[in-house]
Structure formats: C-alpha cells, structure tokens
Design a protein around this ligand. Sequence first.
Ligand SMILES: [Zn+2]
Ligand SMILES: [Zn+2]
Length: 345
Amino acid sequence: MTPRVVSTPKLLLLGTLLIAPSCARPSSPSSGDQGAQAGSPQDTLSTAKAVDPSLFLAAGLAGPVQEVPCTLESGESTTCLRIARTSVPSDHAQGPWCPKSIHDGPEAGGIWPEAGVAHEVTGEFVANLATFYEDSAWAVHNEDGTINVTDSAEKCAAAARPDVDPDLHNHCVECLPTYLAQDTVVETLIPKVPTKARSPSPIRSNIGLALNGVEFAAPAPTHAILAAHTLAPFDDCGGHINMHEGYHYHAVTSGCLTSIAQGDAHAPMIGYALDGFPIHARAGDDGTEPIDLDECRGHADETRGYHYHVAGPGKNQTLNCFTGEIVEGAARRPPGPRPDQPPPK
Ligand SMILES: [Zn+2]
Ligand SMILES: [Zn+2]
C-alpha cells in the first residue's frame, strides 16, 4: 500500500472530532480496581476508557482495526483490538540518519542519545567520537573526511546484528526504507479496555503504538552498538529502521507525531501503550512534565483517567514498564532474529 501524507488541517479535524466521543463514553468497569479507594488515583484507574481505534491514522493501517478474543498475561479472557499496520509513518518523513561527511551539518543526520541528552549527529559529532567516548578506537570517518555509512541492505542487516560484522565496526548504521519489502504488515493486539495489573510488568520489545501505527520500541541496545564502535542514530523524529520490523521509535521528539490536543494545558495524546492506556507527550503547555509520575511514567487525572507521559528524547526509553495488563505473549520477541535488540539471555 502506498502511504499517503495526511494534511495538517485533516489531522486537526481528526483530533477535534474524535476526542469528543472518546470522552463522552460511559465508564467501563475494570477488573483491576480491587481495593480502590473512592477518589484516589486507583479509583480513577477503574474509569479507564476503551481504546478508540478511530484515532489511528488510516494511512498507516493495513486494514480496519478488528475486535478479537484474546487472553491477557493474567490468564483472563477479554476482547482485544487487532491493529494491522505498515510501520510506515504517514505523518512525517523518515531519515536522514547518518551524515556522509565530517563537514555535514545537523540537517544531514539524526540524533543519538547519551546520558539523557539527544545529541545532533552532525559530521563534527561523528568526527569527534573518540573524544566524546574517550576511546581512541573510534574512527568512523576517513582521512578525506568521508564517513563510513552502511550503504546496502546487506550491510545494514550485518551491522545491526547483536554480533556486529567485524567489517562494519566503525560505521554509522543507516537502514533505508527502500531496503524493506513494500508489503510488510505487522499486527499488534491491545486490550480494548485497559485494566490495571497486580504489579507492573517489564518492557521487553514493543512499548506501544503512535497514532500513525508506528511502534514505540524497547530501548535500542546502545551498549552493544557502541561496543562495536558503531552508531545507529534515530532520525529527528526519533525513529530508525531494522530489516525485520521496519521503522520504529526509540525517542519522541517534539513536532513530529500526530497528536491530539487536550483542550487544557495537559500534554497532547500521541498513542496507546500495549496495555491500552493512552500515551501522552512528555510535557504540557508549561514545558514541564508531571511531578507525580509512577515508576512506569504514568499517572491519573479526572479528565483522562490513567495515562503515560513519555520520557525526553535523550533517554532511549519512552516508558519504563506497563501498569496495565498486556496480551499474553505481546511483549515477547517476535519470531525470528531481532537484529536491533540484544540476544536472548
Ligand atoms: Zn531500533
Ligand atoms: Zn498527565
């Protein structure tokens, strides 16, 4: 399917139209509210709203969202939404990732997270890696100023393996959309109505979906990437490509993702986590993130119920864990090698 760029006015209309029915929907009972005190954040959890499939941009879906029976990790049977998606963002361009020369500016490269900061991957940044990481083995650039960049699908796959091909050490790893099969469709199951789990569960692979259908992925294995003296930058929208799952996000940057304004000063909604709770941008209109976030980066308020706020783009980790029940097996690694993730323990 050919992705279509959705125009801004249409997106605004979408946000305006769709937020209303979602808010007007009566509260759904939840099985996760045992012991809740009236008026407490726990109680707000029990008023969780159903996932609204119409919030996803149709251009990123491979067909209508379907309701299917599913089993949660708790063993409980429930109803899920099956979201088949192309992993191609319809609301922004992909790349660039790697500058080709040490003289290239920030427009030629993406970002790289280190110590909580999203660094611009400029030619100068690449030329400076030995100093930046205090390791003289870094030499991603050549004497003539060119930068070693993976320039084929084969090199991209070989460089993104957990055991990086030795020939591709000291490369900037860039996997282009043209390397991917055009008909790649990935299915994700999300509980239709989120319920709180007894205890938070760890993130292993997929964190959730942006409204354009693209996955918020688990942290990129930067230690393994750096150990081979490679960089695998995210583009300015926080995403990059691997050959098995296509484009995915490791960071959320401002101004890229389709978002739904909240009508108050609260951060806009940008997607859904795998447990069905909404994901919002990091900061509200005042530029600060909420101070009452739990360990998973969630909190509850009367307007929205429980929801998450993503971390800053330098963290390489959008959310820390799942508060709600996820579908059985949903967070496991997909079948086949996952070159972008550490090898299974
Ligand atoms: Zn990745
Ligand atoms: Zn909030």
